[in-house]
Write a protein that binds this ligand. Sequence first.
Ligand code: UDP
Length: 236
Amino acid sequence: MKKINQLYEGKAKKVFTTEDKDVLIVSYKDSATAFNGEKKGIIAGKGEINNRMSNYLFQVLEKKGVPTHYVKELSGRETAVKRVEIVPLEVIVRNIAAGSFSKRLGIAEGTVLAEPTIEFSYKNDALGDPFINDSYAKALGLATEQEIETIKKYAFKVNEVLKSMFLNANLKLIDFKIEFGRFHGDIILADEISPDTCRLWDVNTNEKLDKDRFRRDLGNVEEAYQEVFRRIFGKK
Ligand code: UDP
């Protein structure tokens, strides 16, 4: 599998076409952004950690019945994935209040929710990914009713699988963002699952081991990514 043309360069990844029209190669970068691109930086070694961690989690999820875009890990930073049409929704599942949820609703970070909850944002950088609901998603033609039902079902399943996996690694899964795509008419999990897209707190100390260390200038950013990686792969 070889890269042919660069299709796209995003904030954290480059995407290339291959000789197979159904397969792309993603190449993970060390660059990090936050607050809709306002804050920029480099997290050394992040690309490789996110690539390997995401690939491992996607393979676990496949075994548990969640179809994903994962095809094959090609190197530390590069992976072959199915070429999907991304559903322009950021799907966020939360177990414990944090971040924008805490701010919007005035609920202290760390408050355990009575049950996992889901929300959608419209993927649109120019608008700052505004919060929307199912009805907006359908009215705007972003996804059909059936697709939204499938997305919700998979999102909660991903939460259950990841929650118990991370707990085995002594990490609390606070919340996470996932994206889905359409592949030959089916909804499958795409993009990535990594400390860039999940909030992970140490079970005993509640130490933040995720991108909030970068967003909030908490220090030891690289070390946090390495620690998550070690814990996951140490338990494999
Ligand atoms: N998240 C993400 N990309 C985004 C926005 C959020 O990966 O563009 C993740 C974030 O890392 C966290 C979860 O989604 O795990 C919920 O984020 P929240 O809505 O609280 O937003 P934030 O406080 O990060 O702005």
